[in-house]
Design a protein. Structure first.
Length: 125
């Protein structure tokens, strides 16, 4: 995950997102750091922005499926919030990437999702 962290830091716009810690992970997704082996989180700097990137490394594929439900809850909450008052941000959420690769869960909500996804996919080859 260190290599991925480094590569993501080069493609993610730090004007819009901050690196999140375990308390931000718990606040946004209701996921405790004890539920995952490792994670990378970029959270929106403002609650007016929808951009976020999350990569979770679960303890097992079964755990990842459980965590996916929590992440989907966050997506729904954000969709509901942005739908009426920030349609341009809602469009970004609607075009999100949510993927599971073995013990990894990947969420990308960004106008640059294609670039970010390509960077992440390089790590899984």
């Amino acid at each position: 995950m260190d290599s991925l962290r480094k590569n993501l830091s080069q493609v993610i716009d730090d004007e819009q997102m901050d690196i999140g810690d375990s308390s931000k992970l718990r606040k946004l997704y209701y996921i405790s750091k004890n539920e995952v082996e490792d994670f990378i989180l970029y959270a929106p700097k403002s609650n007016m922005d929808a951009n976020e990137v999350l990569v979770l490394k679960g303890k097992s594929e079964e755990v990842i499926q459980q965590l996916k439900v929590k992440v989907e809850g966050r997506i729904k909450k954000q969709s509901d919030s942005f739908n009426s008052y920030r349609p341009e941000e809602y469009d970004i959420i609607s075009n999100r990437v949510l993927d599971i690769k073995g013990k990894y869960l990947i969420l990308i909500i960004s106008k640059d999702s294609a670039t970010i996804e390509a960077t992440i996919n390089k790590e899984f080859k």
